[in-house]
Design a protein. Structure first.
Length: 66
């Protein structure tokens, strides 16, 4: 994954992806490698989830709701 490097949302050694609410209102993230949608009730403290399809470890950038 590459980006401009101006923020912590891109670059680095681990795969990262922005969290979002899917069409069912569930917290979700899309695997940046295979496109699989992963849903979760509560984001783990380390903010990492593992893709059930390709087993990539993804650091979730939390969804900020104001």
């Amino acid at each position: 994954m590459s980006g401009c490097g101006s923020c912590s949302a891109c670059g680095g050694d681990s795969e990262r992806a922005q969290g979002y609410k899917n069409g069912f209102g569930q917290s979700a993230v899309e695997c940046p490698l295979c496109g699989n949608e992963l849903t979760f009730e509560k984001l783990p403290l380390n903010r990492k989830v593992t893709c059930t399809k390709c087993e990539t470890e993804i650091e979730v950038i939390p969804l900020l709701l104001n």
